[in-house]
Design a protein around this ligand. Structure first.
Ligand code: NOJ
Length: 746
């Protein structure tokens, strides 16, 4: 037996006197070992050298070559020397085992490596991009997708995903709006919670679960002008009310790690922002996992102009509560001297190391460092029929039907279809940005999937997705005339969304709108299917097409999902989780706006909060989406006139399927606080439920409202409800007008 393994076993034996529970789990039913402390960690801290401790705070990426994984020689040496305790971008059971063997068998203490990876919307089985997932308004299915992602990833030797991305965003220019759950803190919190539960399950030691990472902390989704990595500035009140809740929901759900964001907040880069990383995250929220910087986030503090050099940046970051350095190399190079000179206290370093080792212990890595590397599980759990079936279901639920003039959809099975557009025959774009280890083999394009339903299919790309040129227009026009219906698949190339993919226009790129105009001129009925990762300006397209289906980037099973929806084998049930503006000039536009002192009520009046050249209303509001049927709502009914602290009220409404097909409605509860010590939004989402109804069927949907649903950051920055009148809206989107009123008495 190797010396280091023997040592580790001895430490384990000494530590096996039991694990102490430090405080109750945020979600006790699920969080079995999420907040335990482990005596082995104390034992290790007593025997680790300063260098070994610093090694645990270091995270490096591995490299891959074309025929398989390999790592840079330097990293192997670092692992062997105990100078690098964590690796990302390395996966497969074999590869992670090989690296783990070095850490466990060839280092003095044999501390296992932690393997991280960006498992963002699936690992091998790719689900829709996160903005799409959130449009399902189905936390249960979202949780299931994260569970599948965790299983596939864990079987490939991974322990840790850099997800969920909890950044609220009202900025469609920002490419990373595609990675989040949209504009709303309540929906965003539900999605964040579901993802953490899905990844981490009930027990982190389970070889089918992985640790979650809440990112990007904080407010990364609000960069000025939508330019990635740009400055963020907002009031503390705005931050707490509209941006922090999803991060907190994820932390409360037991997330083990948090990633500091690239941006500054209140003049200090998040990487070294003690207010965010220590005061809010640890002191207020009780987070006891570890914080990792984003990629070279520590180094970038020099560019931010708040650190003189990498040494200074490393000292500031660790002291502020950033425990692990991703890829900057600063902790590795400078922390030893900083500790020796007293610029970082031994206690601060020990705390960081303790948090990192504790997460390793919670994952069960000290008991069996190789438990996640299983060729058998990797083969058995990857892209199973069950996984693919869930991917199909979630893709179908994520698509949002924005328009369906004269019920042109669903199409008749066996009818002839002209499929036109540069994205129609692309399997690759369906996977979207951050597709993990997902591969395009076996992914069916929308064209191929439509061919399985249609009688005859004719196809022409028409133009390039982003480059100028109308050479293909004639062929596309001829193709359009050959079939009874035209399905056009347009959008953004998938690498136009995600990180470092900001745009100054939110129109369809290239000549796609011109192509649509040319096809529309034929008079043929047009169904427009969109693949994109941000709210687009569809003001022209929505007039030219008879039906519009927003499919985002729907993942591995996206082709089948779109075809099933088009031909009525599945019914659209998605609802927008983000507002679609009429044009970029309306941005930022979001349903939870404030009333202002001059609300726009007298149409035509000059001195009101409005535009001269465009209505205030968006093209498609938050919560909006059509189905193949129609629903009516009865007036909400309240259980009483009001309530006080500790009490509650129920709000009920009867929803009826008034159409001739079965359909799923997302019933949404909105509240408005009519008087506050500070201004309040016109509407706040406070509940939702997916309800499937047969034609003619009615269902009473009930929501309970407590003090929690009314609470906000008051004038004095305490969190709570204030006495007064509240309006209750229950409807199918955020434009609801009918309301009933109750009073909250404090
Ligand atoms: C940078 C991205 O901002 C972050 O989301 C990601 O997890 C890391 N790179 C690691 O790949």
């Amino acid at each position: 037996m190797k010396r280091s393994l023997l040592f580790l076993l001895t430490v384990l034996l000494l530590a096996s006197c039991g694990r102490s529970s430090v405080k109750p789990a945020a979600d006790p039913a699920r969080a079995a070992n999420f907040n335990k402390s482990y005596p082995i960690v104390d034992s290790l801290l007593k025997v680790m050298t300063l260098e070994e401790k610093i090694g645990q705070t270091v995270l490096y990426t591995s490299d891959w070559d074309v025929t398989g994984p390999s790592i840079r020689a330097g990293y192997v040496d670092d692992i062997r020397a105990g100078k690098c305790g964590n690796i990302f971008n390395a996966y497969t059971a074999d590869y992670t085992r090989r690296l783990q063997e070095i850490a466990v068998n060839e280092t003095r203490l044999g501390i296992p490596l932690l393997f991280g990876y960006d498992v963002i919307h699936g690992f091998r089985t790719i689900f829709p991009i996160n903005l799409g997932i959130s449009a399902s308004w189905d936390p249960e299915l979202i949780e299931q997708s994260a569970r599948i992602a965790a299983r596939e990833a864990a079987a490939a030797g991974l322990h840790w995903t850099y997800s969920p991305m909890c950044d609220i965003c009202v900025e469609p220019r920002w490419g990373r709006i595609s990675e989040g759950a949209g504009e709303d803190a309540f929906l965003g919190s539900a999605v964040a919670r579901a993802m953490v539960h899905g990844y981490q399950g009930a027990d982190l030691e389970d070889t089918l679960t992985i640790a979650a990472c809440v990112k990007h902390f904080a407010a990364y989704g609000a960069p000025h002008a939508g330019r990635d990595y740009n400055t963020v500035d907002m009031s503390e009140r705005w931050l707490r009310e509209f941006y922090l809740p999803p991060y907190k929901a994820a932390v409360d759900a037991g997330a083990q790690t948090v990633m500091a964001s690239f941006n500054e907040y209140d003049g200090t880069p998040a990487t070294a922002n003690a207010h965010l990383l220590t005061e809010i995250l640890r002191d207020e929220w009780g987070f006891d996992g570890f914080v990792v910087s984003d990629y070279t986030g520590v180094m970038e503090m020099v560019n931010h102009g708040t650190s003189a050099d990498l040494s200074d940046a490393s000292i500031q970051a660790l002291n502020a509560g950033n425990d692990m350095d991703m890829q900057s190399g600063g902790y590795s190079e400078f922390l030893k001297k900083a500790v020796e000179e007293g610029k970082v206290s031994r206690k601060t370093l020990d705390e960081a190391v303790r948090r990192i080792l504790t997460v390793k212990a919670r994952l069960g890595l000290f008991e069996d460092p190789f438990k996640y590397c299983s060729r058998e599980r990797e083969a058995a759990l990857t892209k199973t029929d069950e996984n693919l079936a869930t991917a199909l279901e979630l893709a179908q639920e994520s698509c949002v039907l924005l328009k369906n003039h004269h019920d042109i959809l669903p199409l008749r099975q066996g009818s002839s279809v002209a499929v036109i557009g540069p994205l129609a025959n692309s399997a690759d774009d369906l996977l979207g940005t951050w597709r993990g280890a997902g591969q395009v083999d076996g992914v069916k394009s929308i064209l191929d999937a439509i061919a399985e339903h249609a009688g005859h299919v004719y196809y022409a790309p028409g133009c390039d997705v982003s480059k100028p040129g109308q050479k293909g227009f004639d062929e596309a026009e001829y193709t359009a005339r050959r079939a009874s219906t035209v399905v056009m698949v347009l959008g953004e190339p998938c690498d136009w969304t995600g990180e470092a993919a900001s745009r100054t226009s939110i129109k369809l790129p290239g000549e796609q709108t011109e192509l649509l105009k040319r096809i529309a001129a034929t008079g043929q009925p047009i169904v427009l299917v969109l693949l994109n990762g941000r709210p687009l300006d569809l003001s022209e397209e929505s007039l030219l097409a008879d039906a519009v289906l927003e499919a985002w980037y729907p993942g591995t099973m996206g082709g089948e999902a779109v075809a099933n929806l088009l031909f009525g084998e599945a019914s659209p049930s998605g609802r927008l989780s983000v507002t679609f503006p009429r044009n970029l000039g309306q941005v930022p536009i979001y349903y939870g706006a404030k009333n202002t002192g001059r609300p726009y009520v007298n149409i035509g009046a000059k001195y009101e909060s409005r535009y001269l050249d465009c209505p205030n209303e968006p093209l498609y509001p938050f919560g909006y989406g059509l189905t193949y049927t129609t629903f009516s709502y009865g007036k909400p009914v309240l259980s009483s006139d009001g309530f006080g602290p500790g009490g509650s009220i129920t709000a009920r409404a009867t929803v009826t399927n008034t159409g001739s097909r079965s359909g799923t409605e997302v019933v949404q509860l909105y509240l408005r606080d009519m008087l506050g010590s500070v201004t309040r939004p016109l509407k706040m989402l406070r509940g939702f439920e997916r309800v499937t109804l047969e034609p003619g069927e009615s269902r009473e949907v009930e929501f309970t409202i407590t003090e929690k649903e009314l609470s906000f950051w008051r004038k004095d920055m305490t969190f709570g409800a204030e006495a007064g009148e509240f309006r209750v809206f229950i409807a199918g989107d955020s434009c609801a007008e009918d309301f009933v009123t109750f009073t909250y008495n404090d």
